[in-house]
Design a protein around this ligand. Sequence first.
Ligand code: X2X
Length: 357
Amino acid sequence: MKMRNAGIPAMIFILILSFAGYASPVMAGKFKKEYKLTLNVGSSFYWGMGATKFAELVKEKTRGQINVKPYYSSILLKGAQMKSPQMVAMGVIDCAMESTINTSAVIPEMNVFHLPFFINNFENLDKLENGETGKALFQTMEKVGLKGLAWAENGFRQVTNSKKEIRKPADLKGLRIRVVGSPIFIDTFRQLGADPVNMNWGDAITAFQQGVVDGQENPMGILVPVQIHNYHKFASIWNYLVDPLVIYWNKKQWDAFPKDIQDAILSAAREAGRFEKALCRSGLDGEISHNILKNEFGHTMKVPEPVKFLESKGMKISFLSDEERKAFIDATKPLYEKWVPKITNEIYEKAKTDMAK
Ligand code: X2X
């Protein structure tokens, strides 16, 4: 009898808590043992090092309460890199450090970064991420159940191949180029007369080894760690589009975290993003990123000058002149008609405004 009476106030207490939104496992101090983080590359890539850093910082800043475990090389997705945002939105995976390319199947607005020859340099990219465009993109993520925490970077993508130097669109004619399974990439390379083949990154490395494809496109932060010089002799530095990364979390889970935990994870994401960006930009932005790495993170790059490094391995690295780039810009311009509406005019205009600031 006594027991039953005691149960009623307890029930009411729990009900009140749940209506107030507090009845999450968090309340009882029961965080999950492990929060799974997905990313598409291995731990030796700069992006992979960024994910490792994020996990370390989260642990440190939450005083061991939150344990993020990076699952490298899309292992949780069996390599299906384009599925990461879906899986995080569904809560099958807790969080991600993922490329905007791999996010673009769910959030087509992310293709604002992948419009050929639109963004062109680090300065413009930073303006977009820190400006109205970045804000709008994070809002779009929330609509599909993802909480964007911070930007990081894969980088400006450059084309490499085993056959010939590429300086003009005609040089790409007929070349089999591995691209990610994202339609804007297929469109771009078809438009330039190449023969694009879409393939997950996990299969791509074997395809380079076996010569199944003639070429591919990826940023320096991938080309150096994957030792592209072992497969391809030619690289053209054309900065044709950029590939930022976003650190994001399942929104429902995120909203249930107490404020101090959210703040700690956010701060970890920003710091890891800053570190990882500097890794990817080092040797490509004068002394800026070298100094960030040295002064803020006590980190020295093993390969401080990526271009010189690849050249020392026998690659021919071609920098396109403005005029040469113009031929590629003109050739890919017609794609804007199809892709700007998918990105939405609103985001496209915001991006132009941010870059003009
Ligand atoms: O698949 C790629 O090319 C990579 C590793 O750059 C991405 O995940 C977008």
